[in-house]
Write a protein that binds this ligand. Structure first.
Ligand code: SF4
Length: 457
C-alpha cells in the first residue's frame, strides 16, 4: 500500500531572495512527494524561512518560530536568521534543525530525517532492502503509471491497471522545473518505460510551444536538451529501443540502460509471460555495443521460478557469460499473494533457490569485477553525491544511485576547518561541491566500486 503523502507547512519571511529559496525548497518537496499544508494543525512539520536583516525582522522571525512551535511542535528553521543559530536556539531550543540561507540540501536532509517521504514500493526503483532519500541534485521522473503486461510473478497491473502515460508536455515541464531547481540528473522511471505513449497512440503533445510525440525516443531527445544527465530505467528491449542508442553515442542521454530481463531460458520466459527471446536479446546487446561501445547495461533476474530445472538454470548462466552485462541484480523467486505464478507446478525448493542465487551471483561477480578492472586508467566525468571526511563519493554515467556502484575520490578533501560541521562544509577548500560534475582518472577498482583522482580541467 502506498502511504499517505506527508504534509509540510511552510512560512516564508523576508526578501525576494528568501522567496526564491522557499520556492526551491517547495519544488523539491513536491518532487519528492510531500504535500504542503496551509494550517499548522494539518501539517506534520513546519519549515520557517526567516529573515535577519533588521531587528524587527529578527523579532518577527523569532515570534513566527515560537508560534509554529506552539501550534505544531515540529519546526525546522532556515534562512538568514538561521546563520545566527545561537540566537534561535537561545529563544527556541526545541527547534529540530537550523540552517542558513540557500541551504536547500540541508533543509531537505532535516526534513528527510524528521519526516521521511512516503515510499511507493511499486514505482520506486529502490530495492526492497531500503530507500535512500533523493538529494537535491538528482530526481526521479515518473513518465507513466500501470502496465499492459501480465507477467505471472507480478501483481502490479491488478493493482495499478493498464498503462497510463503522462502527457509529454507535463513530463517535460516537470523535468525542466527540476533542472531549473538544481537537479543535475533525471532518472526516468515507470513500470515499462519503453511502452511510453502506447496507450495514447503516441499522441502529439506540446513543450515550449512545439509539437513533441508522446514516445520514448522523442522524450529522450527532448530531455537531452535540458543539459542534465538523463538515465533510463525499466526499458524493456522492444525494437524501437534501438533508437535510443545513437542518442547515447552522441552524448544526449547517458549511455545506460536498465533492462529487466528476469530470465533467459525461453520456456521459463514463457511461463513468466515475458515476451522476450534471449537470442534476440543477445543480438540486440551486440548491436547496441557496436553503436555505443561505452554503454552500461543493467538488468535484474529471478532464479528458482516454478519449473526451473538444472538445465534451465545452466542456460541462464550461459546467457550471463555471453551477455557480459555490467550490473546485475538477482532475486530468488518468492510467491506474491495474487500472482498467477503461484499456481504453477514444480516449485523449486528453498535450498536450491539459495544455491542458484549464490552461483548466479558468483558468475556475475567475476564479470562485473573484470569489467570494472578494465576501467582503470580511464578518465571519466562523475557527479558528486556526498562529501565526507575522507573525500568525495561520486557516480559515473555507469552508476545509477543506490543500485549500482560508486566512484570515490580520496583526494577530494573538502572540509575547511573554518567551516566546521555547518552547511558551508558542502563547499570545500578543494572546491568540490555536492551536485557538481568533475573529471577523474580511475586508479583502482574493486567488486562494485571504483577509486579515482581528480584530473585538472
Ligand atoms: S513485471 Fe511485468 S507486469 Fe509487472 S510491471 Fe513489470 S512488465 Fe508489468
Amino acid at each position: 500500500m502506498t502511504s499517505p503523502a506527508p504534509k509540510v507547512g511552510f512560512i516564508s519571511l523576508g526578501c525576494p531572495k528568501a522567496l526564491v529559496d522557499s520556492e526551491q525548497i517547495l519544488t523539491q518537496l513536491r518532487a519528492e512527494g510531500y504535500e504542503t499544508s496551509s494550517t499548522y494543525q494539518d501539517a506534520d512539520l513546519v519549515i520557517v524561512n526567516t529573515c535577519g536583516f533588521i531587528d524587527s525582522a529578527v523579532e518577527e522571525s523569532l515570534d513566527t518560530i515560537g508560534e509554529a512551535l506552539a501550534e505544531n511542535g515540529k519546526v525546522i528553521v532556515t534562512g538568514c536568521l538561521g546563520a545566527r543559530e545561537e540566537v534561535i536556539r537561545a529563544a527556541h531550543p526545541q527547534v529540530l534543525a537550523v540552517t542558513g540561507p540557500h541551504a536547500l540540501q540541508e533543509v531537505m536532509h532535516a526534513v528527510h530525517h524528521h519526516l521521511p517521504p512516503a515510499h511507493d514500493p511499486y514505482t520506486s526503483l529502490i530495492p526492497p532492502q531500503g530507500i535512500k532519500l533523493t538529494p537535491r541534485h538528482y530526481a526521479y521522473l515518473k513518465i507513466s503509471e500501470g502496465c499492459n503486461h501480465r507477467c505471472s510473478f507480478c501483481i502490479i497491473p491488478s493493482m495499478r491497471g493498464d498503462l497510463v502515460s503522462r502527457p509529454i508536455g507535463d513530463v517535460m515541464q516537470e523535468a525542466e522545473n527540476l533542472v531549473n531547481a538544481g537537479v543535475r540528473e533525471l532518472l526516468v522511471i515507470s513500470q515499462d518505460t519503453s511502452a511510453y505513449g502506447v496507450d495514447v497512440k503516441y499522441r502529439t503533445g506540446f513543450w515550449q510551444g512545439r509539437p513533441v510525440k508522446t514516445r520514448l525516443t522523442e522524450l529522450a531527445q527532448a530531455l537531452g536538451e535540458l543539459g542534465a544527465w538523463v538515465r533510463m530505467h525499466y526499458v524493456y528491449p522492444y525494437p524501437h529501443v534501438d533508437e535510443l542508442i545513437p542518442l547515447m553515442a552522441e552524448g544526449k542521454i547517458l549511455p545506460y540502460l536498465d533492462v529487466p530481463l528476469q530470465h533467459a531460458q525461453p520456456r521459463i520466459l514463457k511461463a513468466m509471460k515475458r515476451p522476450a527471446n534471449s537470442e534476440n536479446t543477445l543480438a540486440r546487446l551486440h548491436h547496441w555495443r557496436s553503436l555505443c561501445p561505452d554503454i552500461t547495461v543493467r538488468s535484474t533476474f529471478i532464479v528458482g521460478f516454478p519449473g526451473e530445472t538444472d538445465d534451465d538454470f545452466a542456460y541462464l548462466l550461459d546467457f550471463l557469460q555471453e551477455a557480459q552485462l555490467d550490473r546485475v541484480g538477482c532475486f530468488m523467486y518468492s510467491p506474491v499473494s495474487g500472482a498467477t505464478a503461484n499456481a504453477l507446478p514444480n516449485p523449486v525448493p528453498e535450498e536450491i533457490k539459495e544455491e542458484r542465487l549464490s552461483r548466479f551471483m558468483a558468475v556475475q561477480q567475476e564479470i562485473s569485477t573484470a569489467k570494472l578492472q578494465r576501467k582503470i586508467g580511464r578518465t571519466m566525468t562523475v557527479l558528486i553525491d556526498e562529501i565526507d571526511a575522507d573525500g568525495a563519493v561520486t557516480r559515473s554515467a555507469a552508476d545509477a544511485p543506490d543500485i549500482d556502484g560508486q566512484v570515490f575520490i580520496e583526494d577530494g578533501r573538502f572540509r575547511h576547518p573554518a567551516f566546521g560541521d555547518t552547511s558551508a562544509s558542502m563547499h570545500g577548500a578543494s572546491g568540490l561541491k555536492v551536485g557538481e560534475f568533475v573529471e577523474v582518472k580511475i586508479i583502482a577498482a574493486e567488486e562494485h566500486d571504483l577509486w579515482g583522482e581528480r584530473v585538472a580541467t
